[in-house]
Design a binder for this molecule. Sequence first.
Ligand code: NAX
Length: 329
Amino acid sequence: MATTITVTGAGGQIGYALLFRIAAGDMLGPDEKVRLRLLEIPQGVKAAEGAALELEDGAFELLESVDVTDDAEVGFDGCNLALLVGARPRGPGMERGDLLAANAGIFGPQGAAIAARAASDVRVTVVGNPANTNALIASASADGVPADRFSALTRLDENRARAQLAATLETPVAAVRRVTIWGNHSATQFPDVSHATVYGRPVLDALAERVEDVQDWLEGTFIPRVAKRGAEIIEVRGSSSVASAANAAIEHTRDWVRGSTEWTSAAVVSHGEYGVPQGLMSSFPVRAVDGRWEIVEGLAVDDWARARIEASVAELIEERDAVRELGVL
Ligand code: NAX
């Protein structure tokens, strides 16, 4: 049996970077056949059709079929995995309320179509921004689908944080583990190294040998660099992160399906862990066990870290409340 994977925004940049890697087996492994459903809006269908032609030319042996559609009911029919990439970007002068309303108009109906048409084991990775709240909207609109089948991507932030630590410590990135992103996938996020290790040793100890004042470095260099990396990429590259975002989406979904022994970060529904209000889609340290994200519990959080987490969670609460005012939740 092949896995049916729906990619929304498949005609866009991240879609283009995702599809070929999925077809090549990078997400589900070399033994799992895949069927791709490319869901676009009418203006994006041509680009998705072009990608479908190239997928054909790739002669990927794991790829059983590719369908392009602008109908969500068709796009999510029988889908086991959905990557929700297509979203409404913030236009010039657009207020947050308008942005949330526009995205509620996308993720609400998509959540409903997932509930109506997807397979009973569906899992949904939300990439399109504002990713946490879009995941909340989709989940709230998917009657009968458990909220833990929805998660939003903060793996790119985690990867950025690990890479910055590795560069500073002059170690391979593989040696750096247990970096946590808390809160929202936005500039308020809290990249937390307090439990991170390098070759099994606390990162904080290793940093103390490299930088003059670890706390200053974290607050003045590391956290802003990670949180604003998206803007840095736009400035240097002239376009937003694409391949790194697609890579993170693949790693996130791969771990979710196939399991992860080490912890990672993902925005998942809160049951009140670490004081995050129940029902919010907030980023936590997680492990994937038997196809489910489990929040890593019992970590010590000091006052400084708690304040950082609360600041990001406050933003998620504001977004949720703005969406509630629209009558979506
Ligand atoms: P693009 O503008 O290149 O592509 C978006 C595509 O989505 C377009 O082809 C558009 O036609 C399609 N689309 C819009 N509404 C749709 C709908 N209702 N149904 C299906 N398709 C729809 O953007 P791209 O660079 O691919 O980025 C996609 C999203 O990822 C953006 O929201 C972006 O902000 C977000 N990102 C999220 C990241 C994360 O870590 N969570 C990092 C990268 C990226 O910034």
